[in-house]
Every structure is written in C-alpha cells, then in structure tokens.
Design a protein around this ligand. Structure first.
Ligand SMILES: [Zn+2]
Length: 268
C-alpha cells in the first residue's frame, strides 16, 4: 500500500470533524438543513485552515442521497465519487496554475449543462484572487445569473485582491487560524492513532511553526516521523525545521563567553 500523507489521511470528511472552524460549519449545516443553499460562497483565510476541505464536504452534502442533518453520509455513490475525486459534478480549478483563463472559459461553456449524477455541480476555485481580470469578468457573468444547479465555492488567502463585484455576489466565510490548543489536541490524537511517541515540547515546536495551519502542522509531523528513528523529541523537530535548539545556543554562547574555540568547533 502506498503511503498517504497524514494531512490527506486526516482530512475531515464531514462538518463535525473540521477543526477550529465551528462558526463556518455550524452556519453551513443550518443552511443545509433548512435548504437555504447559496449559489456562491467565498471562503477566506490563511493556508491550511480547511477551506478546500469544507468546500468538498459541502459538495458532498448538497449531492448526498442519504444526508443526515446536513452531514454527508460518505457511503452513497455520489459521496464516494467525490471522496475518490472521480465525480464529474465537482470541479476544482486552481487559479494559481495558469491564472484560470482556459478553465473559466470552459466553465462558461459548460456551466449550463445539468449535473451528471448529483443535484448540483460544484465549482471549487482555489486561490481565486490569482484569476486574471479577463477570467474574473467571465466568472462575474456566470455569478450574476447562476444556473440553479450550480454552486461556486471560491477560496482565497487574500480576499482583498478579489474584486468587489465578485465579493458582493458571494456569501462570505472567514476561516481563522486554528488555536494552539486545537492544534495540540489534534496532533496528540493523530500521534496516538499512528502509534507515535512524541514529546510535549516537540508538539509545541510543531504548533509554533505551523502558525495556525493544520495542514502545515500535519506535514511537519509527517516529516518528523520520517526523520526520527524512535520517539520524536524537540531535537528532531528542530532539525526538520532547520532551526537551532536552545540547548545548542546556550552551549554556543558559553563557548564564546569562555573563548573556548574547541567547544565551538565541536558544536559546528
Ligand atoms: Zn452520501
């Protein structure tokens, strides 16, 4: 079996398992239960905080044949196809890759067609602020009169770069940095499941480096697992991060203070 990156393996598959964004997931769940689905959403926030994950959960929820209180079942044909990435009704566009010109043009041509299997076709446009003016204009035309079977989820780390004309047509959700406490809890849970020994200090170092992004935190943990031979300590995390440990600094300063060049040489 090929190795699956931790952040993929631990990607939330329903709203309840999304870490640190209750203000977003609760609102979406309420809307789904009440059948008040918007045709355009804007997910803003720092990298790795769950924007694309929530977009995919939303895509499953609106197309799920067995949805329970707004949550997707993750078992039906539609849910499984979306999880596997084979659904024709969920289209992901990375605006950063070629500024979206071809994709948006194609989107404009295809958007009128009914979804192939599900009820809604969901377009997830990641890093939407990277679109060219031309692509934004094309998108705007679609957003002005979206077909009833289409939902747009625009995701961005830089909402201020999205034109006001686009913003005004979207329901906006601001994803926030995940708190240290939430990151610690998640890392501990993952470590326990993966049967990995990791010190408290090491977890704290990962949390500091991740700056509120769960994807970065899990990627770092992944790298530490690959690097460490036994338990993961602060030393391993620092080496992976390429930072210098406090102990190293202390010894280096001592070496300088006492003019012990031999000691400094040893440290280097
Ligand atoms: Zn389902």
């Amino acid at each position: 079996m090929s190795y699956v990156a931790l952040y993929r393996e631990w990607r939330p598959q329903n709203f309840q398992n999304v870490v640190g964004q209750t203000h977003v997931t609760r609102t979406l769940l309420n809307a789904l239960q009440q059948g008040r689905i918007s045709h355009a959403y804007l997910f803003c926030g720092p990298r790795g905080t769950g924007k694309t994950s929530v977009a995919k959960i939303l895509a499953k929820a609106v197309n799920c044949s067995e949805a329970q209180e707004g949550e997707p079942c993750n078992q039906c044909v539609s849910c499984r196809a979306i999880v596997e990435g084979s659904s024709l009704d969920v289209l992901e566009i990375d605006a950063a890759s070629n500024r979206g010109i071809d994709e948006i043009r194609e989107l404009r041509e295809r958007v009128q067609y009914a979804p192939s299997g599900g009820r809604f076709r969901v377009y997830i446009i990641d890093e939407v602020h990277m679109l060219t003016t031309e692509a934004f204009n094309a998108l705007l035309k679609t957003l002005e009169e979206p077909p009833s079977h289409v939902i747009f989820v625009l995701a961005t780390t830089e909402a201020h770069k999205v034109p006001a004309t686009i913003l005004s047509r979207c329901q906006r959700f601001d994803f926030r940095r995940i708190t240290p406490a939430e990151l610690i809890e998640r890392l501990k849970l993952v470590a326990e499941h993966q049967q990995i020994e990791i010190s408290e200090e090491a977890i704290m170092a990962i949390v500091r480096a991740a700056e509120g992004g769960l994807r970065d935190a899990l990627s770092l943990l992944d790298q530490c697992i690959g690097f460490a031979t036994n338990a993961i300590t602060l030393e391993e995390v620092n080496q992976v991060l390429g930072t210098v440990s406090e102990e190293f600094l202390r010894q280096a300063i001592d070496g300088l203070a006492f003019n012990e060049s031999a000691r400094l040489m040893y440290l280097v």
